[in-house]
Design a protein around this ligand. Sequence first.
Ligand code: SF4
Ligand code: SF4
Length: 101
Amino acid sequence: MTVHNLASHKLRQSLNEHSAATAPAPAVRTVHERIIFEPDLCKGCFLCIEICPRKAISVSKALNARDYRVIEFAPAEGGKPCSGCGLCAMICPDFAIRTAG
Ligand code: SF4
Ligand code: SF4
């Protein structure tokens, strides 16, 4: 291995170790067969709650890794379970909700 290759190998190794230490994988939740939610990407804007025609999303008690209060896929009062229509995924500005497939 040349000096240059050795240096780039060490740099890659160090970057990988750094990433592993500072970027834990976000908890991905499948909330419907078509809908996937990544709480750590949510910033608590609640646009998804506003748009959901079934009132299937509520404000949760949980804070995510960035200290934002996140949503949960639990029907609000008078609401119904998620139908997988995908409107919330379309409106989420942070891609915290996405459709599967
Ligand atoms: S629209 Fe996205 S960022 Fe905003 S509360 Fe819903 S999941 Fe979180
Ligand atoms: S997929 Fe449709 S029904 Fe399900 S939570 Fe999102 S907007 Fe509501």
